[in-house]
Structures are given as C-alpha cells and as structure tokens.
Design a protein around this ligand. Structure first.
Ligand SMILES: NC(=O)c1ccc[n+]([C@@H]2O[C@H](COP(=O)([O-])OP(=O)(O)OC[C@H]3O[C@@H](n4cnc5c(N)ncnc54)[C@H](O)[C@@H]3O)[C@@H](O)[C@H]2O)c1
Length: 442
C-alpha cells in the first residue's frame, strides 16, 4: 500500500493545561506520577505515548521509533494541571486519602507541587452520585448557569497558567445510569433542558458541554453517558473538537478483551463467564450504590457480546452466561482483586475451565491511560480531527462510535487501529500484516 501525504498538524508548542474533573485516586495518581517522572524519580510504565514504539515500513527496514519521537506530542514538561472536585482537599491531601502512592517515596518529595493544585468548586449533585457528599460545590439558578460557570473556570485557568491549549478528562465518580432520550437528541433540546433543570442532564454533561463550547477536547474515563449522544456529537463537530469515551479499560475488562478474542480465534466455545471484584477505595464505595453500579455493569457486560458474536456462532456462544459483580470491601483500598471463572468447551464439546485472579492496583493501571488520552486528544485536536475519536478506543471499556457502527473491543485490533492512525497522520504506509512481498520472487 502506498504511503500517503502527511496531515497538517499544528506544532505542540507552549503549555498544555490538563483539566481533570475529579481529584480522586486516579487523577492524583496521574498528576503525582507525571511530576515524579518529570523529576526523574520514576518511569512512566504503562504509558504507550512515553514508552511505546511504532514499526514503520517493512520488517526488513528496522525502523521502530518511539511514538513520542514519531508524532508531535506535548512534552511532559509543558503540562500544567487543574481540577474540580466537591471535596475541597488539595492534590496532596487527596493523594494521601487515596493511599495509592507511597507517601515517602512519591508524595513527600513533591508535596509543595501537589499542595498547589486546589480543586475548583464542582458542579455536583448528589442525586447523580448517591454515596458522595461535597461542600466545594457551585450554585446557580439552573444547569445552563452552572455550565457557564464552568466555562468561566476554563477561561480563567487558561489565562492564569498561560496555556496555549487545554484538554479535559473526566476522572470523577461514576454517575447513575441514564439512557439517551429526547433531551439528548439535539443541541437545541439539550440547551432547553439545561434551562429547565431537566433531571436527564447530569453534571458530567455540563462539563462536556462547557469544554466543547470552549473548543477543548473531552475524554470520558467513566461509563456515564456524558458526551455519548447526538447533541454532544453535533456540538463537537460544529466546534471542531475531539471527543471520546467511555470508561478507562484497565483491569478485568482489559484481560477479558484479550482472552475472548483468543477463544473466538480458535473456535472454542464459552458456556459461562463469571467475573467478580473486591475493591475498597472511594470508587468502590460509589459503585456499591445500585444505580452507579448499573452504569458500570452495562459498560463491563457489553464487551463479550461484541467480541464473541453469538449471532454468528450460536453453537459456541449462543448460550453463554455472563455475570459481573463488584463488591465494596474496604480493607483492600485501591488494590482491587478481580476474579474470572471461565467455562469453555472444545473438541466434541468437552468442558474446560480457566481461572484468572488479577491482584491489580486500580489507579496504577488507570493513571498512564489519563496521560496518553490527554496527549493523544491534544494531538487529534492539533491534527484537525473532530468528533468521536474511535482510534482511541484502545483506552476504553465501552468505546464511543459513529451511529450505526458497533464498537471494536479486541485490545489488539484497537492497538492496530491506533498505530495505523498515527501512521496515517504522519503519511506513513499502513501495516496490513499481509507480508506476501517477503516471499515473492524478484
Ligand atoms: N481506576 C480504574 O482502574 C478505573 C477504570 C475505569 C474507570 N474508572 C473510573 O474513573 C473514575 C475515578 O476513579 P477513582 O478511583 O479516582 O475514584 P475516586 O472516588 O477516588 O475519585 C473520584 C473523584 O470525583 C469526585 N467527583 C464526583 N462527582 C464529581 C463532579 N460532579 N465534579 C467533580 N468531581 C466529582 C469525587 O469527589 C472524587 O474525589 C470513576 O468513575 C471510576 O469508575 C476507574
């Protein structure tokens, strides 16, 4: 396949402001992590933008630069951080509360830096996150006014920090389940619903709306509806802004989207897949509420259906029983344990089992994803890519896709899509893995 012309990409010069909605475990682990990396105190393990390479051209060419040397990404030294949270703790206190990073090794040496990041008052409503209470909250006569207050925060932050560009990443709690309805169908309906304080307009949607109105890319790390509906897609397109989500793909679902394609590739059947988790951080506490759990459950359940395609393989996957549980168990804190019991069957229907016990650290897995998303969304914006960024579905449990498309969940297809998009942006040849040219006679 012939190489094409590179896309025009504005240079990554100046300061990039990363605005986190929520200053909890994930956001503080991300921010403190970047600062430790910048000071040479730790390595950005888990971050594709910082550690990954990309093969270019034929296997015989030996070209495999670092991704960050290949595409013009913002440099870590140029990042500044802001956040909103209904809990008034600064980033140091919030990181201490989250208990993810070692206090003496990774927090005390950067305590002054973290204490300088104080959350702006949040747009928060307990009706959408039942298990949280917060005092650091904005007031306004309706939801439109709250969205306007967020827009002002964004402009003030930009001026205060001399930012050239901004990105926003939702790192806040999972809201209750909301189905897309008439208020989400068009921008006009959405704005009227903000004026009328309609309950189908959740706080997360106001952040997304504010970001898009200010021309700032928005990535959604939780499973909330947020920007996954026609009104937001239309706004993103009309403003020329990149959007994407939903729900960081970190632990159990990352594993699931690697194992399920393996079963399908070998035409092995799946009778049942039982997934359970114990988790003791604030996220676990929020997800203990059935309404927030339902939002998460939908996000976690979808992947198998799409990967295994029971409609194409009814004998292999038509009867599969899939169950996902999350149990709040405080002693473990952020150190989640995710178990999977998978009942599979092979030749002539003989049953077998696979057990996975992933003793993971939730925020350690999520933090590098926040970094990559911030840098890639900024790249997308500078490259003039607007609307849904499906090429970043690699990072999400429940990827947003264009209407009429089904999401691609297989982690390695997602990775191929991501890398081919980078090659496309830079005018390099796509890699199809055909490889017949290595065996053809001259
Ligand atoms: N850690 C992972 O592996 C992972 C994976 C996928 C998704 N997520 C999602 O990422 C989000 C963050 O996870 P966490 O472990 O940091 O949770 P956390 O509870 O530690 O932090 C969330 C923060 O968001 C704040 N918040 C809630 N509503 C808000 C609002 N309207 N505006 C501003 N701030 C608000 C909370 O006060 C809290 O400080 C959760 O929704 C979680 O489900 C995490």
């Amino acid at each position: 396949m012939a190489a094409q012309t590179a896309r025009r990409i504005a240079p990554a010069k100046g300061t990039l402001g990363v605005l986190c909605v929520g200053l909890g475990a994930v956001a503080t682990t991300f921010i403190a992590g970047v600062e430790n990396v910048r000071r040479g105190a730790a390595k950005p393990i888990g971050s594709l933008t910082q550690m990954g390479t990309i093969r270019l051209g034929k296997r015989t060419e030996g070209r495999a630069p670092l991704i960050r040397d290949f595409v013009p990404l913002a440099d870590l030294k140029d990042l500044v951080f802001g956040a909103w949270d209904p809990v008034p703790d600064d980033a140091y206190a919030a990181a201490r509360h989250a208990g993810v990073l070692d206090r003496h090794e990774h927090l005390e040496p950067i305590a002054d830096f973290l204490k300088g990041i104080k959350p702006m008052p949040a747009v928060f409503d307990q009706n959408y996150v039942k298990r949280l209470e917060g005092k650091n909250v904005k007031t306004g006569k309706n939801k439109r006014e709250l969205a306007e207050a967020l827009r002002k925060d964004i402009r003030d932050f930009k001026a205060r920090h001399g930012c050239d560009r901004l990105v926003m990443v939702w790192c806040a709690s999972t809201e209750i389940f909301i189905s897309p309805g008439p208020t989400h169908a068009s921008l006009d309906a959405f704005e009227k619903a903000m004026d009328a304080n309609d309950p189908t307009i959740a706080p997360s949607m106001l952040y997304a709306y504010a970001a898009l109105q200010e021309g700032i890319p928005f990535a959604n790390g939780a499973p909330n509806l947020t920007c996954d509906f026609p009104a937001m897609e239309a706004l993103a397109k009309s403003k020329g802004v990149a959007i994407g989500g939903k729900d960081f793909k970190t632990g159990q679902t990352m594993v699931k989207t690697v194992l399920a394609p393996m079963f399908k590739a070998r035409m092995l059947g799946v009778a049942g897949w039982y997934s359970t988790n114990i988790l003791g951080n604030r996220d676990g506490e929020v997800l203990d509420d059935p309404e927030s759990f339902k939002t998460k459950e939908e996000s976690k359940l979808g992947v198998l259906e799409y990967i295994l395609q029971p409609q194409l393989y009814p004998e292999l996957y038509g009867e599969m029983y899939h169950k996902v549980r999350i149990n709040y168990y405080p002693p473990r804190g952020d150190n989640k344990e995710g178990w999977d019991n998978i009942d599979i069957f092979g030749w002539l229907g003989y049953p077998m089992q696979i057990k996975v016990d992933f003793l993971c650290r939730d925020s350690i897995l999520a933090a590098p994803l926040v970094l990559d998303l911030a840098l890639f969304f900024d790249l997308a914006q500078r490259a003039g890519l607007s609307g849904i960024q499906e090429w970043l579905s690699f990072y999400f449990k429940s990827p947003q896709v264009a209407p009429g498309l089904y999401p691609e969940h297989d982690l390695f297809i997602q990775q191929t899509k991501l890398k081919n998009t980078l090659r496309y942006l830079m005018g390099e040849e796509q890699i199809t893995h055909l490889g017949i040219e290595y065996y053809q006679e001259a």
